[in-house]
Design a protein. Structure first.
Lengths: 170, 459, 704
């Protein structure tokens, strides 16, 4: 794990790490830095798709429930209106679309992120635990990466201009 | 001679001289280390006392019935529904700030969105009390308005705007809560890492879900956050539209009008920003947050208030116009009665507080003076309550058949219940500022100049 | 309505109240039996009845309630209600009917027959025996009382006649038009003990009957005269006229009547100045006898819609002169008597008169009827004199500056340019019958894009004729009785929460309160709209439309959001804001109709077209394998309406009365421009003014 001073350094380091061929690594920052996403070539399309799916599910659920209840399960003559008074079903359908889409967004995002995950090896680095969520910027290359070699990787990280380098115990 | 530049760049959203560290420190310290000002204890005490008044009022209501309030025939809805709409309207500003200003890439939302979203949640919580307790049998209304399979084979009646309300407000509460919580997660991680006591660390740690700031996580997080903002935008428009349908679907003059959805939504934003200002201005003094809640923020909020106030004023003018233009006896009497009938004082105070006084905001001097802004915001809060009073009561008290005309006057229980919900709101809000960061720390970090990544792409 | 010869209820009556009071004052009365009257409260003030009552050695009170008179009596004897006692009655046309009780007496009372029997040689006879004995003797009573059966034959024997009379409910052949006798039957005395009382009617015919039919004096001709049922004849003959003033008490020849009690000075010569005062019985509680009846106290008075209180009526002109408005308390001074009343302005009232109503200000009238402390002065009897008990001159009124809360159910009596009541003169209607339809705008049926629900079975509808409606409000009370509607009390009525399912709206014609004269009454039950706005907004489907067109209210599903009431343009829905039904008073349990739910708090209720009666009709018809006949199902309001203004029935039956009425050009729906498609419609009021009173007969009385 390497620590950096500011976002610019982190982004440059990230780019070079990717160019070097490492794939199983991650950069850590106390706020999202879009350049790192580009540098790491990560773009998870699953989140938007889940949201779309959730929205469609919500729409079908809302419409389906109302149509079934009003025309099939227990049709009632309400004010002389037709059983399938669809304009009046729109608000509930709309709300359920949004609700399901939002639930899909939130839970989808957390699940895809693997959260909650109270323990992770990176927390074993004292500097990380104290600064990663506040004002520190870190880059960690994992041992499971095919290119990983303890000394070579360490040297590489030093070459990136890191402020400090730590081994991550786990 | 010194010429001013034709375009002056806007003042920064954060006072110069801050770093990631100082931003974190200043906001997190409020929660973790700083001693709370006496005003906090005082505020919480007031809130708690008024919450007890609320508890007492609701208890008596459940024991005796809605007859303890002033509702009658023909005015079947009074303070309860007025308060419901007032609170929900207030909630809309938080979502607008969080979601819509995000989509419009307005940086100045950053320091206000956390507590504004919290305000939304607490306002919706206060609002949600009323549709439940105003019913004659709340113990049944609690679940019969929900679609669940049962032995009666009965379902809610989906054509009713009150059912639309159930879905809209529930969705709004859920999505706002989730949106707020998602935004909180990185800050909870900050608090976890800063907290000294092991118990606090565990507590914040559980709530933070183990967040570690991984870029892979941030990528999905940003995607979800943006999508939530995109979903919340039509949501906030739809919620107050659905609330306006409570009236617009009714057929009495004064209710049955197509202007209600945009008029209500604008009114909600208006009322909400007034409440945000009402909270922000004392808070920045109490906790010394002037660096983050700058004059620019206050001014921008004042501008939003001015715009939405103009839309609302347009709504009032339209009501008068279509009272005449419709050539419908009932409609024209409705507006005539509002202006000259027994509730005319309420109507004219409304025009004054919502229409005329906020025009002072055209003047930059007023927009940038916090104490004046606070006073105008309070006036708007009152005015927006009066607007709902005028809509609900004056339309109901005189409708089609003159034989049914009557009057509505609130009882002490009406007033106590309302003040009680204000107390609940204050209590929740003061607890919030005690235990959670009232400004979004991680977003504020992006406002620090050092957050911008220098240099172009490497390749 | 037809008029025929009637029985003179006052025939043979002995003495007047004034004479009795004189005798009491002179100490000549040793025993006074008061049956079913409350003279301490209701006797005119100048007679000072309570004071004189103290001079009577023994006072016996026979009545239903411990009222003001019972309070001063030495003995009180509980009466029976007329529905729990045997009795007899002669109708205005002479027909005799036997009153049969519905239930055994609830509280061990004795009917007036049984009371008076105590003064006879057979004191222990019960009501049944008394009545049967009398009529079986009348049956064989002689030429003037020959009673024949329907086919003209004589009855086999008295027993057969008696059974026939009980079965039929009336005695055939006793109507005057059928040759029935004009005077009551007087049986031969059973021994010399009792002097034949010339007035066989001492026990009967008092107080002019409840209807106040006798002109002029409403004073009881004898203070001991009996009760509500006019002309109870059977008790009379064996009973000496105990109540005849002075006859009994001085044992023997009637003493010379003591000089009549001098009325208050000055009343003999009518005063020249001052206002005129008019005394009227109250429209709902009459002379005060119904003060403890919550239904009648809460029934709005027909023109003012005031409940629970009396008001002194004045014209708007007089009000303006004196600076008075509704609810101001005035002091009334008349012939040396003083009392207070809240005023009410009534357009069309003569400008120099004040009308006051009897019956209020009672001090001992039970839980419901006893007036509150500040209202005990509102007693018109305190002003009344026995020589001119119905009107007089010389009234002075002064503003006291006090205000009194009046609970009214309708605050606004002008139509404000709308036309809930459509009116035309007969001339106008005959010239062009479309004049009624043109006063509104009915949307065409083709207006809707949506398919309509079919109503092929019974299609219930109601028509209310505004020409014949008199505004008597009997429909309101009938509905209360039929549907277990609770009484809510004055404070709740003042708060706007009265529970009447059918109310009678009252409007003055024109737009000027001061000059309005024409008044219209409009009973408003639920319209049972086919496009009911109330149904659409109920979140739990507690109100839905039946296949026969009824707007059903499902009490057990209602959660009480009151959205339906807000959305009803007719405001016919009533909400139980508090628990109004009395769960605890046991005597009220038999009151209720077991076919109708008793509603608890938090639930909405409204007119159901008497669905319980419709259902009973459906069951009966199904049992007999036939359709429901026209006029078989009669709603409570329809049943009781004296002018038959309300008609209910099946619109799908072309021969039904309702179907014919709703095709009349007079027929219109209230607020039908809202496209609610009400099933309850109105037949417009047609006036036929005397051309000498309204020369411009072509001029419409309605405002556009």
């Amino acid at each position: 794990m390497a620590e950096f001073d500011d976002p610019t350094a982190l982004v440059q380091a990230t780019r070079r790490t990717y160019d070097e061929g490492y794939r199983v690594f991650d950069s850590y920052s106390p706020f999202p830095i879009h350049e790192t996403f580009e540098a790491m070539h990560i773009e998870d399309r699953r989140v938007p798709l889940l949201v779309l799916g959730g929205g469609i599910a919500g729409m079908l659920a809302g419409l389906g429930l109302q149509v079934w209840v009003s025309a099939y399960a227990y049709p009632l003559n309400i004010g002389g209106r037709p059983y399938l008074s669809w304009p009046m079903f729109v608000p509930v359908t709309f709300e359920l679309t949004i609700l399901f889409a939002a639930l899909a967004a939130v839970f989808g995002m957390f699940i895809l992120n693997g959260l909650p995950m109270p323990y992770h090896p990176v927390f074993n680095v004292a500097r990380f635990a104290e600064h990663a969520s506040q004002d520190g910027f870190f880059l960690a290359i994992e041992a499971t990466d095919p290119k990983f070699s303890h000394q070579a990787t360490r040297a590489f990280l030093r070459g990136l201009g890191a402020k400090e380098i730590n081994d991550v115990a786990h | 001679m010194d010429l001013k530049p034709a375009y002056a760049p806007p003042p920064p959203v954060i006072a110069p001289g801050h770093t990631f560290g100082t931003v974190t420190e200043q906001v997190a310290a409020i929660v973790l280390t700083r001693r709370h000002p006496y005003s906090w204890f005082f505020g919480l005490a007031i809130g708690f006392m008024l919450s007890m008044v609320l508890l007492m009022s609701i208890t008596w209501l459940l024991i005796k019935g809605t007859g303890i309030w002033g509702v009658n025939a023909p005015v079947g809805w009074g303070f309860a529904i007025i308060n419901f709409v007032w609170w929900i309207g207030i909630g809309h500003a938080g979502t607008l700030i969080s979601a819509i200003l995000l989509l419009f890439k307005q940086d100045w939302r950053t320091s206000i969105n956390r507590f504004a979203e919290a305000m939304t949640l607490f306002a919706v919580a206060c609002a949600g009390i009323f549709p439940l307790i105003h019913t004659g049998r709340p113990w049944l209304a609690a679940y019969w308005l929900l679609p669940y399979p049962n032995t009666m084979g009965m379902w809610p009646q989906f054509r009713s705007p009150l059912i639309w309300d159930v879905f809209a407000v529930t969705t709004y509460l859920t999505v706002s809560l989730l949106f707020w919580y998602v935004g909180l997660v990185p800050d909870l991680a900050t608090l976890r890492d800063r907290a000294k006591s092991i118990h606090l660390r565990r507590l914040y740690g559980m709530l933070a879900l183990g967040w570690r700031g991984s870029a892979r996580h941030w990528e999905r997080y940003e995607a979800a956050y943006l999508l939530l903002a995109g979903l919340s935008t039509p949501l906030v428009l739809s919620v107050h539209t659905v609330v306006s349908f409570d009236f617009a679907v009714g057929l009495i003059p004064g209710w049955h009008a197509t202007i209600f959805p945009p008029y209500f939504v604008a009114g909600a934003v208006y009322a909400g920003f007034a409440m945000v200002l009402t909270l922000a201005i004392p808070l920045r003094v109490m906790y010394g947050l002037q660096d983050f809640l700058t004059i620019r923020h206050l001014e921008n909020m004042a501008k939003v208030m001015l715009v939405t106030g103009l839309i609302v004023f347009y709504g009032y003018i339209m009501e008068a116009f279509y009272g005449w233009y419709s050539a419908n006896r009932y409609e024209s009497y409705m507006i005539f009665n509002r202006m000259t009938g027994p509730y005319a004082p309420f109507y004219w105070v409304l025009i004054l507080s919502n229409g005329l006084i906020p025009q002072l905001l055209w003047m930059k001097r007023i927009r940038t003076t916090p104490i004046l802004l606070f006073l105008i915001a309070m006036v708007v809060n009152v005015g927006m309550w009066l607007e709902r009073f005028v809509i609900v009561v004056t339309s109901l008290h005189r409708d089609f058949l003159p034989s049914s005309w009557g009057m509505y006057w609130p009882t002490r229980w009406d007033i106590m219940t309302f003040i009680g919900t204000i107390g609940l709101f204050i209590t929740l809000f003061f607890l919030f500022i005690r235990v959670l960061p009232m400004i979004s720390i991680f977003e504020m970090r992006t406002m620090v100049p050092g957050a911008k990544v220098r240099g172009g792409k490497a390749h | 309505m037809t008029y025929g010869p009637s029985i003179d209820a006052a025939a043979g009556r002995a003495g007047s109240l004034s004479e009795l009071v004189s005798a009491m004052d002179a100490g000549q009365v040793a025993l006074l039996v008061i049956c079913g009257l409350n003279p301490v409260y209701s006797a005119p003030a100048d007679l000072r009845f309570a004071e004189r009552l103290a001079k009577v050695t023994t006072v016996v009170y026979h009545g239903l309630h411990l009222d003001e008179t019972a309070n001063l009596a030495h003995w009180t004897i509980a009466d029976t209600h007329s529905l729990e006692a045997w009795g007899d009655v002669r109708a205005y046309d002479g027909t005799v009917t036997i009153i049969q009780p519905l239930i055994a007496p609830l509280y061990e009372g004795r009917s007036v027959y049984e009371l008076l029997a105590a003064f006879t040689p057979e004191p222990d006879r019960r009501g049944y025996q008394i009545v049967k004995d009398y009529w079986t003797r009348a049956f064989g009573g002689g030429a003037s009382w020959t009673i024949r059966s329907a086919d003209g034959q004589a009855y086999r024997d008295a027993e057969a006649f008696w059974r026939r009379a009980l079965h039929d409910g009336f005695i055939r052949g006793t109507a005057l038009a059928d040759g029935g006798p004009a005077t009551p039957f007087v049986p031969a005395p059973k021994g010399a003990a009792a002097p034949a009382a010339a007035s066989g009617t001492t026990a009967g015919g008092a107080a002019g009957g409840s209807a106040g039919a006798t002109a002029g004096s409403p004073n009881a001709s004898t203070a001991a005269a009996a009760p509500r049922a006019p002309e109870n004849t059977s008790a009379a003959p064996d009973v000496p006229a105990v109540a005849a003033p002075a006859a009994q008490t001085v044992g023997g020849a009637p003493a010379a009547a003591p000089p009549a009690v001098q009325p208050q000075a000055g009343s003999t010569a009518p005063a020249q100045g001052g206002l005129e005062i008019i005394f009227r019985p109250d429209p709902t509680i009459w002379d005060g006898r119904f003060a403890n009846n919550g239904w009648l106290q809460e029934l709005p008075k027909p023109l003012t819609k005031v409940t629970w209180d009396t008001t002194a009526w004045i014209s708007p002109q007089l009000a303006r002169e004196r600076g008075l408005t509704d609810g101001d308390v005035i002091e009334l001074k008349y012939l040396g008597n003083t009392t207070r009343m809240p005023v009410f302005r009534v357009p069309g009232h003569p400008a120099q008169s004040v009308t006051v109503f009897l019956g209020y200000g009672r001090r001992m009238a039970g839980r419901v009827g006893t007036a509150a402390a500040d209202a005990q002065a509102f007693n018109a009897n305190l002003l009344r004199t026995s020589d001119a008990p119905w009107f007089g001159r010389g009234l002075e009124i002064t503003r006291t500056g006090d205000r009194y809360l009046l609970a009214t159910t309708q605050e606004h009596h002008l139509m404000e340019g709308r036309q809930p009541v459509r009116v035309a003169t007969l001339e106008q209607y005959k010239a062009d019958s479309r004049i009624i339809a043109e006063q509104g705008h009915t949307p065409p049926k083709t207006l809707t894009m949506y398919p309509e629900h079919p109503y092929d079975g019974n299609k219930w509808g109601m028509a209310i004729d505004l020409t014949t409606c008199t505004g008597c409000s009997a429909c309101t009370i009938a509905c209360v009785a039929e549907n277990n509607i609770p009484v809510v009390g004055k404070d709740q009525v003042a708060a706007g929460r009265e529970m009447h399912w059918i109310r009678v709206d009252h409007y003055f014609a024109g737009n000027d309160f001061d000059t309005a004269v024409e008044a219209y009454h409009q009973p408003v039950p639920c319209m049972h709209c086919e496009n009911a706005p109330c149904e659409v907004v109920c979140p739990v489907a507690a109100t839905a439309h039946s296949s026969e067109g009824l707007n059903d209210m499902v009490y057990n599903r209602c959660v009480g959001t009151r959205y339906c009431a807000n959305n009803c343009p007719y405001k016919v829905r009533r909400f139980n804001f508090l628990l109004y039904s009395d769960w605890t008073t046991t005597s009220l349990e038999p009151l209720r109709n077991p076919d109708v739910t008793v509603r608890s708090r938090g639930v909405m209720e409204k007119c159901t077209y008497c669905v319980q009666r419709i259902n009973q009709g459906r069951i009966d018809a199904k049992r007999e394998n036939r359709a429901i006949r026209d006029a078989e199902v009669v709603t409570a309001c329809q049943a009781v309406c004296p002018s038959e203004a309300i008609v209910f029935g099946n619109l799908n039956d072309p021969a039904s009365q309702i179907a014919k009425l709703q095709t009349q050009h007079r027929n219109y729906g209230l607020l039908d421009d809202l496209n609610t498609r009400p099933r309850t419609t109105y037949l417009a009021a047609l006036r036929n003014p005397n051309p000498e009173l309204e020369p411009a007969a072509g001029h419409s009385t309605t405002e556009h």
